[in-house]
Design a protein around this ligand. Structure first.
Ligand code: UN1
Length: 495
């Protein structure tokens, strides 16, 4: 019998939703059922929004430093439960333990960062143009914020959204990905134990069609924050546009690492392997293109393939495993389909991997070999579309300008990296690369939470997560003028 997990709406836990229940399985071993979860729908979303809206009125009156104390306690609890949550996360979505620990750590970092924002939440004080008049800007809550989160960072990404929303004084409706509802339950338990008012935080697991649609159509949802595919993000933006909800989108990437001929090749190799195959390539920041200077392309490719071929694939709970499965069967099929496309279209050379692993120890999971294509042209689909799996396309260039031009030749603009020892190359790249994040001698993955996270072009819609920039998403600015002259002073008219 599968363990029964619950949803949490209007201060109550319950184990059956209006759309029944759904099962969550371990992608490394599909006989291992992680749990049975309530499948929610419109009924629960309506109740969740009403509850969050009501509870938010009181929460907005709690001084922000006090809200911060609750976030600090949530961080402390995540520290205590880090190992337990990391193991559960590996079981439900497959990435290896050191990475799921890192995922929880990112949540802890966010808790502490946002806890101290409770004592800042800076606005401006500015001089006014008239005498005896004072001007300032303050942050006000948005109201009810709905979070629609992905499965690849089941703790970090919900914390990126929920902690800043809470510190800004908002109520929450949280729809986790159906592949990772267990981590979401643990997170909500932590929030409640830390002292977040029960009716303020609502957890509504269920499908995009049932829960997602009801959220988007609800008139009392003031903001939707979404991380996921560009295709779904576009649909969300359209829906939010109709009702003028604020919407913060963090979507696809086709991130590249440039390796120049003057780079420290060993360092660049390590970075490329981690960026490409960490999280089995399932990060929006994953390195899915390597752009190599022609002088080092052959030697770099040879060593990259040699090392990639040695990556130990297996169950992420095993300490020896270096790369876990992909998250589910559909994702395994998508990756296989891209390999087929790569082979057919314009004939890239498949020089490593390319197959789903289905035999022996892999027979009950969704594993895929580390895969490398060379002779890839910029126009090919494997060089342009997000694959979200362990597949790398190698492109060769003659110089830095061509490298940057190639890197920019995509509809996306999330993360980017250049390995070079030449400071002039580095600064040119910082200026000319079109991306929300540029790393110098660092792989494309591994953003820290004190800087803004997000992308340009079709990766985002101008909002950022993390850092203090995220506060602009979860609050409304109010400008305040205080005239203490005791008479009518007309701006732009009186002296
Ligand atoms: C994601 O892939 O959606 O920068 C988030 C990184 C992580 C977060 C990735 N800190 O790779």
């Amino acid at each position: 019998m599968a363990e029964k997990f619950k949803a949490f709406v209007a201060g109550e836990w319950f184990d059956k939703g209006s759309a029944g229940t759904f099962l969550n399985i371990n992608p490394a071993d599909y006989d291992d059922v992680v749990g049975e979860f309530p499948s929610c729908g419109k009924e629960e979303v309506d109740a969740a929004v009403a509850s969050a809206k009501e509870a938010q009125k009181k929460w907005a009156l709690v001084p922000a430093p006090k809200r911060g104390e609750i976030l600090k306690r949530a961080g402390d609890l995540l520290v205590q439960k880090k190992e337990e949550i990391a193991r559960l996360m590996t079981r439900e979505m497959g990435k290896i333990l050191i990475e799921t620990r890192g995922d929880v750590q990112e949540g802890i970092d966010t808790a502490y960062y946002m806890a101290s924002e409770g004592r800042r939440l800076f606005g401006d004080t500015v001089p006014c143009e008239l005498m005896n008049k004072f001007g300032m800007s303050i942050r006000c809550p948005m109201g009810v914020c709905a979070m629609i989160t992905p499965w690849n960072f089941p703790m970090a990404i919900p914390t990126w959204k929920i902690f800043p929303a809470l510190i800004c004084g908002n109520g929450i409706v949280f729809k986790p990905a159906t592949d990772t509802p267990a981590t979401a339950v643990k997170f909500v338990e932590v929030l409640l134990e830390a002292g977040v008012p029960p009716r303020l935080i609502n957890l509504v697991p269920g499908s995009g069609r049932n829960v997602g649609t009801s959220i988007l159509e609800h008139p009392n949802v003031n903001l939707v924050s979404f991380t996921g595919s560009t295709q779904v993000g576009r649909m969300i933006a359209k829906k939010c546009g109709e009702s003028l909800k604020r919407c913060s989108l963090e979507m696809g990437g086709k991130n590249a690492q440039i390796v120049m001929d003057d780079a420290d090749l060993e360092l660049a190799l390590e970075g490329a392997l981690w960026g490409a195959y960490g999280t089995t390539g399932q990060r929006c920041t994953a390195t899915s293109r390597l752009i190599l200077h022609k002088k080092i392309a052959d030697v770099f490719t040879k060593q990259f393939v040699e090392r990639a071929s040695k990556i130990r694939i297996g169950n992420g709970l095993d300490d020896k495993t270096q790369m876990g499965p992909v998250v589910n069967k559909e994702q395994q099929d998508v990756v296989a389909e891209y390999v087929r496309i790569g082979l057919e279209e314009d004939k890239a050379d498949l020089i490593l991997g390319g197959r789903a692993l289905k035999e022996g120890e892999y027979s009950k999971g969704f594993f895929f070999q580390p895969t490398v294509f060379t002779n890839v042209k910029r126009t090919m689909r494997i060089a342009r579309e997000e694959i979200f799996g362990p597949v790398v396309s190698i492109l060769t260039v003659d110089n830095l300008d061509e490298a940057i031009d190639t890197l920019n030749d995509t509809e996306y603009g999330l993360s980017s990296s250049i390995y070079t020892r030449d400071v002039n190359n580095a600064f040119k790249a910082i200026r000319d690369i079109q991306a929300g994040i540029t790393y110098i001698n660092v792989p494309t993955i591994g953003a820290e939470i004190q800087l803004p996270f997000g992308g340009v072009k079709n990766t985002g819609n101008g909002h950022r997560e993390s850092g203090h920039a995220v506060l602009d998403t979860y609050s409304e600015w109010k400008s305040v003028y205080v005239d203490y002259s005791g008479r009518l002073q007309r701006a732009q008219i009186d002296d």
